[in-house]
Write a protein that binds this ligand. Structure first.
Ligand code: ISE
Length: 336
């Protein structure tokens, strides 16, 4: 029997997930879309057979909903997650789990108290074929012990209301997760510096910024976060080890030679760069959710909390100009 999915949040990401579930995910069916903006909910639900609801909690409580996708803005996640955990349904929650570590810890504690793994966080890079390959190279020792990661995370432009803090907890949160996941180490400290700001940065935003991540295993990762680069969506990562280096995200498909130039394409947004990763993430989640659980290869609520704790240090480092240590509670056995 198909997994009956309720979707909360019908913005850009939510609308994309509605299409994904309807068109590409097998053994799953979208039954309800909830968004306070009911027109948006209706639009995302159109042609999928799902109903639209204005109150997201109606979707969480609905008896015909077996599992939930939360794609509303991060600031709205906590009460939705707590309600879903209480009902005991599997949830795929878009990143960030929540924007701050205290609220993320409350989610972790609620899940633990429920005694069942129900929440997975939408860190889709864990399903990107190139990232997966890079992780294999690091895990099987081909590159030797990892020493440095060089990362570049670029967006063409920011939506209105995008803040400097969001560059950390909405954007660099991905690098916090991939650094932990690729290396199997926790993040111990974060520093943030910046060059002069691009003239293309909206008022109030310093863009780009350079974030330095320190890990418990002594690895350093530098991240150029540039969210108004103008030319497209680009996510690159080069891992440097004792015996070699590997770079992903650099190629844009075919190498084209034309009009006296050679090169490739840069994708416009996350859909082009990570479309395959999202599909894989959702298909695996749907399989796990049909059995009432989560995909063990995905990011757990604990991973969401650990990323949020790194974000807290990042936002602090950004505000003070000082290196900030990451404060993390001990990892409960439940998440080992
Ligand atoms: C956005 O929310 C994402 O998750 C994208 O992957 C990231 O590139 C962007 O900076 C975020 O704002």
């Amino acid at each position: 029997q198909d997994l009956r999915v309720g979707l909360i949040g019908a913005g850009r990401m939510g609308a994309d997930h509605a299409r994904r579930i309807h068109e590409r995910i097998s053994n799953a069916r979208l039954v309800a879309v909830g968004d306070p903006d009911i027109d948006r909910a209706r639009q995302a639900a159109a042609d999928t057979g799902a109903r639209a609801e204005q109150d997201p909690f109606e979707v969480i409580g609905a008896s015909d909903v077996d599992a939930l996708v939360i794609a509303s803005p991060g600031v709205a996640h906590e009460p939705l997650l707590l309600a879903a955990i209480e009902r005991g349904v599997p949830v795929l929650c878009e990143k960030p789990l929540t924007p701050d570590s205290k609220s993320s810890l409350r989610v972790v504690e609620a899940e633990q108290a429920r005694g069942k793994h129900l929440v997975q966080v939408g860190f889709m890079r864990r399903f990107d074929p190139e990232y997966v390959e890079l992780k294999h190279l690091l895990d099987n020792g081909e590159l030797g012990r990892a020493l440095v990661l060089h990362c570049a995370h670029r967006n063409a432009s920011t939506p209105p209301g995008f803040t400097s803090e969001m560059m950390i907890y909405d954007s660099v949160v991905h690098e916090f997760d991939t650094t932990r996941w690729l290396l199997g180490q926790e993040i111990s400290a974060v520093s943030v510096r910046w060059p002069r700001s691009s003239a293309a940065a909206p008022e109030g935003l310093i863009d780009p910024q350079v974030v330095t991540i320190e890990t418990t295993g002594g690895v350093l990762a530098d991240v150029e976060i540039f969210v108004n680069c103008g030319f497209g969506y680009q996510v690159r990562c080069e891992a440097v080890g004792e015996r070699g280096a590997a770079l992903i995200g650099a190629s844009g498909g075919p190498l084209i030679q034309q009009s006296g130039r050679w090169g490739g394409n840069v994708t416009e947004d996350f859909r082009g760069r990570f479309g395959i990763a999202f599909d894989e993430e959702f298909q695996r989640w749907a399989h796990a959710a049909r059995r009432g659980g989560v995909d063990p290869t995905a990011a757990s609520a604990w991973d969401g909390y650990a990323a949020a704790a790194a974000c807290a240090a990042g936002v602090q480092a950004q505000a003070t100009g000082e290196r900030a240590a990451v404060e993390l509670v001990d990892r409960p056995d439940f998440y080992s």
